[in-house]
Unconditional design. Structure first.
Length: 242
């Protein structure tokens, strides 16, 4: 199994197409950042509040991690090479290997994004005569975002195995949160807070503006989503081979 995981990790970080995947992964936090122009209105705020306003979109990296993790499955489906992989190493090894490798790559990318984003926020604040201040809320955001990235990568990998289609998976993982969940957050937060994407986001910004779940219920529900989707993906994959 270790060799299968390492093989999938090497495959996940090779090829020029990976650069495009990483750029797309930036889409979610950038979408959140620019969807509300007030995030750039930091003048008059204390440095810690201004810092949090710019860092909060990092909570959405969980959805980016889901997209990156799913790519290991959808790429093979796109190039019609999945059957060859399943024949070579078997479904159980391929399934677990891709889930673990996807999680490793997605979490590593999320960590790199966190560092780069924080540096960018620091530069933006300095142009407004302020310094970046990482208070307790900021460190909780970082920890929650990384936990969300881990669970999101598992959810994304499972969705990839269920759909086995690049475009369908991208629509479910990226477009659904952007077009549906984000809109419901403003119009029907009591419904939106239980959706997979916003459950993951809540791990980084629990109870955000009274619209998202608090950390404990968000973590529990995210685990339920992850376990349920992995179970469905496993059963669907085994049924396809029978």
């Amino acid at each position: 199994m270790r060799r299968a995981v390492m093989s999938e990790v090497l495959r996940a970080v090779s090829g020029y197409s990976l650069l495009a995947v990483h750029l797309v992964a930036l889409l979610m936090p950038l979408f959140v950042l620019f969807s509300d122009g007030s995030r750039f209105a930091v003048s008059g705020l204390d440095p810690e509040t201004a810092s949090m306003r710019l860092l909060e979109p990092l909570a959405w990296t969980a959805i980016s991690a889901a997209f990156v993790s799913a790519y290991g499955v959808t790429r093979e489906s796109y190039y019609v090479s999945m059957d060859r992989t399943l024949t070579g190493i078997g479904f159980p090894r391929a399934f677990v290997g891709k889930l673990v490798a996807g999680a490793l790559v997605a979490v590593a990318l999320s960590l790199a994004m966190l560092v780069v984003w924080t540096l960018g926020a620091s530069i933006l604040l300095s142009r407004n005569g302020m310094s970046l201040v990482l208070g307790p809320d900021a460190w909780r955001l970082f920890a929650g975002a990384m936990l969300g990235a881990l669970l999101g990568s598992v959810i994304g990998g499972a969705v990839g195995w269920i759909a086995r289609n690049y475009y369908v998976t991208a629509a479910v993982i990226l477009l659904l949160p952007m077009a549906v969940e984000f809109a419901l957050l403003r119009t029907a937060p009591d419904v939106a807070r239980f959706s997979p994407g916003l459950t993951l986001v809540a791990l980084g910004v629990p109870g955000y503006q009274g619209r998202l779940l608090e950390f404990a219920p968000a973590f529990g529900l995210a685990l339920v989503w992850a376990v349920a989707l992995v179970a469905v993906a496993w059963m669907r994959g085994r049924r396809r081979l029978s």
